[in-house]
Design a binder for this molecule. Structure first.
Ligand code: VGL
Ligand code: ZN
Length: 200
C-alpha cells in the first residue's frame, strides 16, 4: 500500500515577505519553486493545502501584549493576504491559525478551515498520511508543523529549497532543520520531485 501525499504550503503571506511587518529575509524567493510544486501536485491530482497566520489585533503573540513579535498578519489586512505571486488553485483548502488571543501557537495542526475543521481531520478525510511541506518560516511555523506531523505518525518531507527562516538569531533555521531531521523528517529539493512523487 502506497501512502497518499499532499502538499502543505505554510504562511506565504505579505507580512512574512521582504517589506512586510515580519519580513523573512528572501522569503519571496521560494515563491517560483512553490508555484512549480503546487502545479506538480495538481497534475498528479494530489491535494494542495495552504495555511495562513491570521491574528486578531490584540493577542499574546504580539510584543505589546507579552509575546515575541511585532504586529503581523492581522485579519483582513494587506499584510495577512497571501503574496500576490503565489498561485493558489481553485478549490484549494485554506486553514487559518493564531486567532485565539490567549494562545501563542505556530503549528499548522492548530489551524482551522472556515468550517472549523482542523488540519488533522482534513488530512484524514483526504486519506493523506504523507506531507510535503514548504513555506515560511523555517524556524517557526514550518518547524512546528513538521514536528507535529511527525508526532502524529505521518511521513513528513520538507522541501529545503522552498523554505526560509526568520533568523531572530543567526543559525536558527539550520538548528530547526537539524531538529526536524533528528525527529524523522526527510529533507529534499523541490527540483526533481516529479521523479519521486507518487501518482494519486
Ligand atoms: C510565524 C512568527 C510569528 C510563522 C508566525 O508563520 O512562522 N512566525 N508568527
Ligand atoms: Zn504570527
Amino acid at each position: 500500500m502506497g501512502q497518499r501525499a499532499a502538499l502543505l504550503v505554510v504562511d506565504v503571506q505579505n507580512d512574512f515577505c521582504p517589506g512586510g511587518a515580519l519580513g523573512v529575509p528572501h522569503g519571496d524567493a521560494i515563491i517560483p519553486r512553490t508555484n512549480r510544486t503546487i502545479a506538480l501536485f495538481q497534475r498528479r491530482s494530489l491535494p494542495v493545502i495552504f495555511t495562513r497566520d491570521w491574528h486578531p489585533k490584540v493577542t499574546k503573540h504580539f510584543k505589546e501584549f507579552g509575546g515575541a513579535w511585532p504586529p503581523h498578519c492581522i485579519q483582513g489586512t494587506k499584510g495577512a493576504r497571501f503574496h500576490s505571486d503565489l498561485e493558489i488553485p481553485k478549490g484549494a483548502i485554506v486553514l487559518s491559525k493564531g486567532m485565539d488571543p490567549e494562545v501563542d501557537s505556530y503549528s499548522g495542526f492548530q489551524a482551522f478551515t472556515e468550517n472549523g475543521r482542523d488540519l488533522e481531520s482534513a488530512l484524514h478525510e483526504l486519506g493523506v498520511d504523507e506531507l510535503f511541506i514548504c513555506g515560511l518560516a523555517t524556524d517557526y511555523c514550518v518547524r512546528a508543523t513538521t514536528l507535529d506531523g511527525l508526532r502524529r505518525g505521518m511521513t513528513v518531507r520538507v522541501l529545503r529549497d522552498a523554505i526560509r527562516g526568520v533568523e531572530v538569531k543567526p543559525g536558527d533555521s539550520e538548528m530547526a532543520v537539524k531538529e526536524m531531521r533528528a525527529n524523522g523528517a526527510h529533507l529534499l529539493e523541490s527540483r526533481g520531485l516529479a521523479k519521486i512523487l507518487p501518482k494519486a
